[in-house]
Design a protein around this ligand. Sequence first.
Ligand code: FES
Length: 242
Amino acid sequence: MNKKFVCSRSQVPANGMVECEAEGGLKLLVANAGDAYFAYQAVCPHQDVPLCEGLYDGAILTCHQHLWQWDIRTGAAIGLAEASLESFPVQVDGDSIYVVAQGALNAAALFAGISDQTLAAITALAKKEEYGAGNALYNFGDPADDFFVLESGRVEFLIGRDERLSPAGFMLRKGEVFGWAALLENQPQRIARATCLEQSRLLRINGKQALQVLEKDPASGYVVMRRLSSLIARYLASSGSK
Ligand code: FES
């Protein structure tokens, strides 16, 4: 088990929150609610805003920038929020708070609930890659052969054309899948530009090979395709609001 020390209980105000850096450098928002502690991504899933600058009443966390809100016990989105928070399982041992790290593919919502055998087969296809800040992962019109799962770091998406480029309106969190055009049969080219905003670790998975794995397990394939349609709807809603 990959357990990392985050902070001591005394550093977290009662029914309050604090940003901490876990062993290894991962920044987290740690919140207290009664007897319980929770750890979430430190930055808002909407834009690059530290959540510790927001408001927290012991139950609901609110980002002050555009008022997205989350249930502190689950990280679930409330009201205006369009994305839930990435949560990190917490262990409290005496005065010490730890988080338990999990692999990006296991954390990927797209693959939640698929069979262990199929998840293992897709994991076997994944190649680990690391990119520096400013590196473009793909551009408009590039062949859409692979999709990606974000392990750490941040990736920005630009949509539109030439001088009318604009951010797609959301950033990714650990375990989120992007470049999903590689999983669509009639979408051979990229329709956005993806660029790393900071040092980022990714899993790269070939779309055709992943589809072959899913074809052998139709129940898992159905789960993934349903989730994929939600991802596409999110993308269309985001680009339509520009
Ligand atoms: S930056 Fe947090 S809600 Fe927009």
